[in-house]
Write a protein that binds this ligand. Structure first.
Ligand SMILES: C[S@@+](CC[C@H](N)C(=O)[O-])C[C@H]1O[C@@H](n2cnc3c(N)ncnc32)[C@H](O)[C@@H]1O
Length: 346
């Protein structure tokens, strides 16, 4: 096993950087120099190992580890006593990782160097076993905000699929009841939740094998949907949610979002909005700085709305058949800024 040290440049991320993969940190100060300075730094710098701290957590049996090679390929393993990871690059003994701090670099029997780090929720969602297609992390984060998920909030979620969305809301402290029509998916979601979040989260997670198109029992503050026809759930959500409660649906097709919006309006929901989240990575390597060539061009749309006491949409006057009474609130007037508009940066 090798760990990155100042006296062992061959084992440092800097040594790897020369062979095409990004160096994870930049303590050599590459961000402050220009042109020639940067080149000199890049060719001579030895990236020092992060200073050890007393509270540095170390890997233990039962921990998940993300193994990352220099081409940024990732494999997730669960550490076992006496366990081994086998790949085209030979064997890696789990014992080489157990007891080491996060970020340590180890070598397989054929010399493949691998960084070891604990997976984040986002890493886990992309690597975990799936039944149904998951919602991707780029949409999971905004979804938490749109649904205003917080500790103790009661959520009705449907369908639960592989449990990616359940895990995200549970980790934010919500109490989640899931309705899922497929028994195998319900079990897969529960296994994934337990495996990453443990028993405490399971005490806040209850999954029923049933259709949310038929009925929702109980009282909730949030209704979060990822299923083919979310508009079929709206009449039941309007009864189950408290006033002011929030409904959010993730839909791959805009036609689904449009239909959902139409039905929301008929059942007393207001403040509706539909957004699409686009994420573009940037390639930053010395002076080569540009957007990544590839990006995930589309995943889905997020539509949210709130259950109103008075279903007349703000800014519209029912007596005048929906014509805007206060254009300063301006939904759809074209001239007025949207409340979320950050304004023009100068
Ligand atoms: C795309 S998956 C959900 C994935 C989940 N959001 C995740 O992040 O892992 C859609 C799920 O909706 C379920 N479903 C479809 N119709 C349903 C219904 N009427 N009631 C409950 N679940 C339903 C499907 O069985 C499937 O598991």
């Amino acid at each position: 096993m090798t760990t990155p040290t100042e006296s062992d440049p061959e084992a440092t991320p800097a040594a790897d950087a020369g062979e095409g993969s990004a160096a994870p940190g930049d303590p050599a100060g590459a961000g402050v120099g220009t042109g020639d300075q940067l080149e000199t730094l890049a060719s001579t710098a030895v990236v020092p190992a992060a200073k050890a701290k007393r509270q540095d957590p170390v890997f233990e049996v039962g921990d998940r580890v993300l193994l990352i090679d220099r081409k940024k390929r990732r494999n997730m393993i669960l550490l076992e006593e006496g366990g081994e990871w086998h790949s085209h690059a030979g064997v890696l003994a789990h014992g080489d990782i157990i007891g080491q701090p996060e970020g340590v670099q180890v070598k397989s029997s054929h010399g493949l160097r691998l960084h070891c780090i604990k997976p984040t929720l986002s890493d886990f969602v992309l690597k975990m076993k799936r039944g149904a297609q998951v919602i991707y992390p780029k949409d999971l984060g905004p979804l938490l905000m749109l649904a205003d998920i917080a500790p103790g909030v009661q959520v009705l979620e449907s369908g639960v699929g592989s449990g990616a969305l359940s895990m995200t809301m549970l980790r934010a402290g919500a109490i989640v009841t899931g309705y899922e029509i497929r028994d195998d998916f319900a079990r897969r979601a529960q296994r994934n939740v337990e495996s990453y979040l443990g028993e405490e989260a399971m005490s806040r997670y209850h999954v029923e094998v049933r259709s949310s198109y038929e009925q929702i029992d109980g009282d909730y503050g949030r209704c979060v949907l990822d299923l083919p026809e979310p508009w079929q759930v709206v009449p039941h959500a309007a009864t189950a949610l408290h006033r002011g409660g929030i409904i959010v649906a993730y839909t791959p097709q805009i036609t689904q979002a449009v239909r959902f919006r139409e039905v929301l309006e008929r059942y007393g929901f207001g403040m509706s909005q539909t957004i699409e989240v686009m994420q573009r990575g940037w390639h930053i390597d010395g002076q080569a700085v540009r957007p990544d060539h590839r990006m995930v061009a589309h995943t889905g749309f997020l539509t949210s709305a709130r259950l109103m006491s008075d279903p007349t949409p703000p800014g519209k006057d029912a007596a005048t058949n929906g014509s805007p009474s206060d254009t300063s609130l301006g939904e759809g007037t074209g001239d007025d800024p949207h409340p979320d508009d950050p304004g023009t940066r100068r």
